[in-house]
Design a protein around this ligand. Structure first.
Ligand SMILES: [Zn+2]
Ligand SMILES: [Zn+2]
Length: 350
């Protein structure tokens, strides 16, 4: 089969090549991939700045497709099911995090596209427990974005506890910021997203997805806009989705007393200068949100089934598998919002 393989740690070293098709054993399910969407992590791997990748490796962990084969121990998933899947290939199964199904926190977790072969290929195998059958009304294209949507669910609902009537600030309008904003909106919050001059196209996508206000911080005064909306108090919840330290300090500054700041962006440095005085003086609840877990997937799929969120709206380009490089290059240049690879043209509309 054809696949996109990262061969060596340094920048690029990625090729579109022929590899052996994966085999099913035990509880493994074989999925013919319809769409594999490109994540920031994949771009890091391309640049050589992602340390976790075990090589050589097929990249990709956000995907959808059709089941073509099942292992002898598979119980519920059937051939021809339309599916998406969590990114967990294997966990230790015995640690506290595993017992509580916080698979995102298991230290021995192996993920597709980072530790084992991923979805930028014609086929992938994954354990049955990770696979979710799609509701009939959810397209394979939307389904390929369930993972980033589930990250948004985990941050907004499970960690941020967003509720109807909350005023929310999202810093960063990349794919993750957009997903957080859509989920907060679906829960009845008033949502302000903030970005920079380079985010004009992403602001348009946010507004089309029903987000209330977009703010270009280079040209507009975010503090004034937030304080006017909240009678000088600050927002109930702020999400740092940009990975920029100044954005975190803005979030801490513009969050109300006893409000919540959720950290999703990954900083380049381990130690960063943070305004801890805001956390202390305003009794801010500063929490981390790391990827997603099984419960986040159930909520994400339910939101899509009900049509309350539409992750498909953030897709700005779709290319065939052989054209992966074009999609990577334009995303690295900062063009568009979400790039998706179509891995098997013949099933994309199923
Ligand atoms: Zn991802
Ligand atoms: Zn574990």
């Amino acid at each position: 089969m054809k696949a996109v393989v990262k061969e060596a740690r340094e920048a690029d070293h990625m090729i579109y090549t022929e590899v052996e098709e994966p085999k099913v054993t035990g509880d493994l399910v074989k999925i013919k991939i319809a769409y594999s969407s490109i994540c920031g992590t994949d771009l890091h791997s391309f640049r050589g700045t992602y340390k976790g990748t075990k090589l050589p490796l097929i990249l990709g962990h956000e995907f959808s497709g059709i089941v073509t084969e099942i292992g002898p121990d598979v119980k519920k998933i059937k051939i021809n099911d339309r599916v998406t899947s969590e990114t967990t290939f294997k966990t230790c199964g015995v640690c506290r995090s595993c017992k509580e199904k916080d698979y995102n926190l298991c230290k021995n977790r192996q993920g597709v596209g980072t530790n084992v072969n991923g979805s930028m290929a014609e086929y992938l195998v994954i354990r049955e427990e990770s696979v979710h059958v799609l509701p009939d009304n959810v397209s394979l294209l939307s389904a390929s974005l369930t993972e980033p949507l589930a990250c948004g669910v985990h941050a907004s609902i499970e960690k941020g506890h967003v509720k109807s009537g909350d005023v929310v600030l999202v810093l960063g309008v990349g794919a993750i910021g957009q997903m957080v904003a859509q989920v907060c909106k679906s829960q009845g919050a008033f949502v302000i997203v903030a970005g920079m001059d380079t985010d004009i196209e992403r602001f348009k996508i946010a507004l089309k997805s029903g987000i209330d206000v977009t703010v270009n911080q280079v040209k507009e005064n975010l503090e004034e806009i937030v304080m006017n909306k909240t009678e000088g108090e600050g927002v109930d919840i702020a999400f740092e989705c940009s990975g920029a330290v100044p954005a975190l300090n803005t979030a801490l500054n513009l969050t109300r007393r006893k409000g919540t700041v959720v950290q999703m962006g990954i900083f380049a440095e381990e130690k960063v200068p943070v305004r801890c005085d805001y956390i202390l003086q305003k009794e801010i609840n500063y929490v981390g949100s790391r990827s997603q877990k099984p419960t986040s997937w159930d909520i994400a799929l339910d939101l899509m089934k009900k049509g309350i969120v539409c992750p498909e709206k953030i897709v700005t380009s779709i290319v065939p598998l052989s054209e992966w490089r074009q999609a990577f290059t334009s995303l690295i240049k900062g063009e568009g919002c979400k790039g998706v690879i179509c891995c098997n043209e013949d099933i994309k509309d199923r």
